[in-house]
Design a binder for this molecule. Sequence first.
Ligand code: S3P
Length: 447
Amino acid sequence: MVWRCRAPRTHNGSEVMYVKSYTVQPATTLQGEISVPGDKSISHRSIMLGSIARGETTVRGFLRGEDNISTLDAFRAMGVGVEDDGETLRIKGAGLHGLSEPADILDCGNSGTSMRLITGLLSGQRFFSVLTGDQYLRKRPMGRVIEPLGRMGATIFGRSGGDKAPLAIVGRELTGITHTSKVASAQVKSALMLAGLYADGTTTVTEPHLSRDHSERMFRYFGADVETSNTTVSVRGGRELTGRDIVVPGDISSAAFFIVAALIVPGAELLIRGVGVNPTRTGVIDILVAMGGSIELLDRREVSGEPVADLLVRASRLKGIEIGGEVVPRAIDEFPVISVAAALAEGKTVLRDARELRVKETDRIAAMAANLRRSGVQVVETEDGMEITGTEKLQGCMAESFGDHRIAMSMLIAGLAAAGNVTVDDIDCIATSFPTFIELLEKVAGR
Ligand code: S3P
């Protein structure tokens, strides 16, 4: 494996960016026992709820990725005291109405979860705030949260007719609404739930399929007034939350890269300890098992209201399948790496109902189609998915991250099972969700 640092290049006329690339050589084996860093979604929510609860919240296993640090910095900028001894975060909860007006713009970096959820929470504050993000986040749609928050009474301004960041938020007295979301989105649902804590009456959100339910679980754990039924959640406003102790499980979205690695490298066997297996997140396991993957869930347990297990994964002969419907939101972040598994499966894999992939950190359908074609795979892009015809062996290639952490990691995993080296350009983005990824990749590949 080789680190290559390119010459600095000018970006946006003024900033200078260092573009790091990484080359992965084919793996001869993949063995061992690993654990992956804490769940990104749960880490975000632990800061948010801990900050507005009464009393202290402790968080162990917090993901120290750039996205979560953006959330942490935002709450510190609103006056929340957070002590960090390197292992446990201690959040001094400010209470429901205890946040203070930030003195400057809050920068969410690359994190859509930070921006959408914090927008919901700021809508109910008695102060003015502005949120921005990096070049990728400023292109992502925010109208999906701004429109319903507006109906609750919030005043939010944004670029592109109110759809794009930077966003300026004037906090108001809010009133509960009933919202039917067109997309299954935990970010939309959670933004409205957070605003709902401040609203007069009840805020109800219904989604077409159930998206990840970490907010529902953590709201309950902190004592919020929440009810759920099928794909509907209701939050009654006004109730104070109580600080709690949280242990964050390993992120199944990070584990997914190593699950696929262990399935596609001949002779591989990997034990991944302490992975969150909330049923709203295990679509990746269901899909890979349906493709013929050997994945066993061992020692199932519950930690801070979330199910956890150890995953034993063995190299398997995979076959193409059709994917669509309710499993899609349960695996939404894993399709880049699932597409790598599909590229090495026998026959065709057809993915449908995944239009949301086009508005993630990058257009993940276009990005993976471009990268897999470079490694010799036949891919047909459709509006809401793709068709991938599996091949015996991937070719070595130069792949692009498109500034998206999950695209970068997926192509590095592809490199483990390729005939030649795979180089991924611009891998700094990996630090948004999985800063120790390369280290772990080298460990399991025995390098
Ligand atoms: C997240 C929800 C999902 C997911 C994202 C994290 C969350 O986004 O893709 O990585 O923590 O709520 P959408 O709500 O846009 O589907």
